[in-house]
Design a protein around this ligand. Sequence first.
Ligand SMILES: [Ca+2]
Ligand SMILES: [Ca+2]
Length: 156
Amino acid sequence: MKKKIFTAILTGAMLCGLLTTPVSAAEPEVRMGDVNFDGAVDIADAQLLLMDYGERLVQKPGILTDAQRAIGNVDGESKTLFDGLGPDAIVTPITIEDAQFVLNYYLVNLVDAAITMEEVVGVTEKYLQAEQAFLEKYKPVWNDETDRYDYVEREG
Ligand SMILES: [Ca+2]
Ligand SMILES: [Ca+2]
């Protein structure tokens, strides 16, 4: 009898453990264009993209991390700045087009929330490649301090 009760408690404890363990495989849905990782794609993100692009135009390092550039590269295209300057040439995934798409996405979503970034960019294949490239390289890690996900490079 005692053994049965013990087994029942143990089984109950294991079930509770199973139920309370977060499903670690479930990652938040990536919102391409959400450069500041706050869960929304809006003017703040477009502004960050423009600032990063602007800095790189004057050969500064830019204000975004590689992860932010990967999620902000909504058109999947990169551009070479200062082409022909040899080692001074800079390849940037972020251009004014990405900022424009992010801004357009924000604006059309004010009117119709069902319109996706994919539709805004209108280059489905490139968009999907950009999203996949981002997901392959970066994973979300919850940050208690900022109360949002940060994206860090996946290991290996
Ligand atoms: Ca955002
Ligand atoms: Ca781009």
